[in-house]
Design a binder for this molecule. Sequence first.
Ligand code: NZQ
Ligand code: ZN
Length: 383
Amino acid sequence: MENFIAHNPTKVHFGKDVVGQLGEAAAQCGKKALLVYGRGSVLRNGSYQDTKDQLDKAGIEIIEYSGIKPNPIVEDVDKAAALGMEKEVDMVIAVGGGSVIDSAKIIAVCITEQCSGWDVMKELRDPVRALPIMAVLTLAATGTEMNAVAVLQNNQTMEKFGYRHPVMFPKHSFLDPNYTRSVPANHTGYGIVDLVAHVLESYFGYGDASLSDRFAASVILEAMEYGPQLMRNPDDYLLRARIMWAATNALNGLLSYGRLNGDFTSHSLGHQLSLLYDTPHGASLSIAFPAWMKHMIPKVGHRLEKLGRDLFGDPSAGGTIKRLESFFSEVSCPVRLGDIGVGPDQKDEIVALMNRNECNGKNPDNLLNDLDREQIVDLMFEA
Ligand code: NZQ
Ligand code: ZN
């Protein structure tokens, strides 16, 4: 077991109508809020209006920045931060999915540090503080609502990666499963894969943490039991709630305590697909993770065997991968590059970008070289 600090300062408000508590929370952070959202889904599912009503009631002035795209880009962060600086806002409130919340986190740092988003991402700053961040989550997937990570994309430098800093824990996150009922089938599936992928990344991290292993199996079992049911019953509140809470717990630290870190190689490989083809995050993982696991059997076979025993009562590494891959298909996610319209003629550009960005994870035992990456991409094409 590795040494660790368990600390998570985010106050999570979970359940029906919890946004009713936002006004009071925001009033403690100041008088002017930068309200950030995406391309309009929040206007249709009620989350925007409920948030706005709360801020109005609390007498908080609202400055809006909308249009954050999925796989968010640093340009939007810089524009929103410039607006926040000009208007001297006191807090940043994100309404939306992971892309919006991640953007809000970096915006909150840029405003206090008076710097660009990419400077923050590249660790050219060591922020002392960020503006208070609040999140109204509308999509169950990333876990960003209860962690200190933000992932941004830079289409100029062709890089996408995560940045973590404790100042970026949201102060309050509001999780009303009702807002997620409007998430379309494809993004519901991507979210389920993403949460399972986070569990797997933690599971393949460096270090022996038996309790975390047990938590990992529980969260995957929850997703495997209720995910397919949710795909068939997208309007079911309880199923939405179960998946939402599973997603939060998949990446809020709980599954990593006792390990040096998660692995996150599959995330890094998947980010290159998002850079090249704007592949949604969950879809990039349902393709990358099975390929990575197959390639890594010589190194992580014993972990796959343990996982198979815990999840399926079957200690076979190959069988575990097969069952996880079938599960990804069951929640309507692609498992090969061909499923997203990427052909073998595109192999070279994928491998080149992965190698240029030196895709690797954080487990020193599982590092990849150029040949590994090429072989993993071959597995992403495999019939
Ligand atoms: O733009 P809008 O109109 O809001 O539509 C969004 C978007 O098109 C839509 N949507 C969100 N809530 C909805 C809804 N549509 C209908 N009803 C609702 N209630 O869904 C689409 C996808 O949204 P997005 O925010 O991009 O999805 P997600 O939450 O999966 O976030 C993905 C981003 O998070 C990063 C990913 O890399 C990706 O950039 N990640 C962040 C992590 C973190 N901060 O800890 C960890 C993850 O591993 C991940 O890397
Ligand atoms: Zn993820």
